[in-house]
Write a protein that binds this ligand. Sequence first.
Ligand code: ATP
Length: 679
Amino acid sequence: MVEPEVATERAYLSTARTALRGMYAEVVDREVQIIGGEDNDERFTNEANQRAKEMRTHALLDLPDVPLFFGRLDYEHGTIEDLDQIYIGRRHVHDGTGVPLVIDWRAPVSVPFYRATHSDRQHVLMRRRYGFSDHAELTGFEDEPLTGVVDGGVGSGQADAFLRSEIERPRTGPMRDIVATIQPEQDDLVRAPLHPSVCVQGAPGTGKTAVGLHRVAYLLYTERERLGRGGVVIVGPNRSFLSYIRKVLPALGEVDVRQITIDELLTRPAAGADATDAERLKGDARMADVLRRALWSYVGTPTEGVLYSKGSRRYRVHDYEVVDIVSDLRESTRYAPGRNALAQRIAHVVLVRMEERAESPDDRVQNAVARSKPVKDVLDSVWPRVAPEQVLHRLFSDADFLAAAAPDLTDDDRTALLWPKPPRSWKSAKWSFADTVLLDELEDLIERRTGSLGHLVLDEAQDLSAMQLRALGRRCRTGSATVLGDLAQATTPWAAGSWDRVLGHLDKGDGVVAELDRGFRVPEQIIRFAAKLLPEIAPTLGVPTGVRTVADALSIVSAGESTLADEVVAACRAALAGEGSVALIAADDQVGRLRDALAAAGLEVALIGETEDEIDTVRLVCVPATLAKGLEFDAVVVAEPAHIVAAEPRGLHRLYVVLTRAVSRLQIIHAEPLPGALA
Ligand SMILES: Nc1ncnc2c1ncn2[C@@H]1O[C@H](COP(=O)(O)OP(=O)(O)OP(=O)(O)O)[C@@H](O)[C@H]1O
């Protein structure tokens, strides 16, 4: 490391920071042009301009702890106009005269930073990577020449050391971006085009979440206009997870992406709960047919025609004519427009009758007839207005109605769906979360949902049911999706199964499935240990490889029933003596007690689920096993695996999730025997 050169690079960083402040001030000082006038168009334009300015200023804020660049490429002279060197960072910075000081990592000229190799240099002479302190002070750099002889792994070896130190940099607070060290196989997915949809199967810690977030940042860079219209939404499994990932996109300069859970995306609140069997069935794809049949069974067969009077004249539409119209319209469109069409078609027949008598009615007459009482009476009896809640209430309280709508379900299935004590009316029903998804489907069967997201990212998608996926797909009909998950981590009984099926339910059948199999988070020893569960939980998946081994990564302590809590306290205390974040993970019904034991021993500890924000500040957190998904910690202590397994039908899958949260060290403490595969 040449000191003067570090000083030069620091000076460059400081020039870039000053330039960014200049860009910020320029946007702040620029007046938003106000268009005169008070009508909606003008108001809308003024608001949009104001909002664009706010977003731009927000995006240009210099985050004090985030370095402005992380790498440099030295190109062969003449490759890029006027520049032989480019600095690569999270956003573009220029000096006010048009000279770029930092180039956005997403720009095409930055691609070789991630892709160039000795055998395919892409005109690059040298790649430089910078090291920074926690406060974004430049501390040094490593050079990787891409020309000349490769001796003893110079180049890729150095890069690996850099990647390793990035991964092992102690964690505090929420997830960080990986923009300085995105790996080629990840870069392929990050920069894949907006269409078709992409689905990533990846073992724990292979970077799926990181890839999904960087892909969003990349797509917003390349397709901002197209995505701006529909918007981008990231759907995650729960609030703790979303809180954990919330800072990655802002650090990449993207502040306008909604990150929500699926129940927040569906607008109906849930108040009730389901038994497991009912919940599993309610997520099953067969429910789509059941709902369709149930809804359309409200359309009856007309037994009477329509007699329309105007003054002393009468016009008759015969019953068989109404029968024909109804059977023509049934299921040819959504339910509500079908009802309107029926009124219009009856009115049209009346109009024809008028014309046959040499009258000359116009469109206004047709509309008046369609709204007239005799026509409305027919509609109400043959094609009544229905609310989604009404249909579902009847389905779960009327065994005959359910049997007619669900001929393909078994008797046991139907019994599981029926409410033991039906609420008196659909208005007083307490809908479960699975019910709200069904109501969403019904709503769309009644009136097609309009509007579409530009892009949808689904994380931990292996857990979503067919019906949930359909609801999500409806919100992104013309947009595309990035689907991320791991079938081995599927813990819900209603999980849809294969990725082809997931894409099918989302209505993104043209999506491509890719696999990530290099584990970055978890040391090789821990991966191999956890992977002993794979033959039982996901026999078709291969064992991932870890990119690192870490000395003493895994230890297993057997304790007595009465000493378990003491061992847990000792293990957490020892883990806190090292650097970074520490988690105690235990079965949901055990974690509170262990938290109390830790607090009683004088350790500062927070419980995830109760206090999301404290993940940012408290080093030791207790994590109920059901909230561990997607999270990671430098050191993890797992208490009593047998309890975690016994707590739920897919307990072994849950244990696999829990065992794969550690970046450096995993300690397992058990009084009961370990599950067979791990013993
Ligand atoms: N290229 C990379 N450079 C540095 N760190 C990386 C890289 N890829 C992944 N990581 C790190 O590995 C860890 C795991 O990444 P991530 O959470 O995205 O994995 P995942 O596949 O979503 O895991 P899980 O299935 O457990 O949810 C994170 O700390 C992430 O920052």
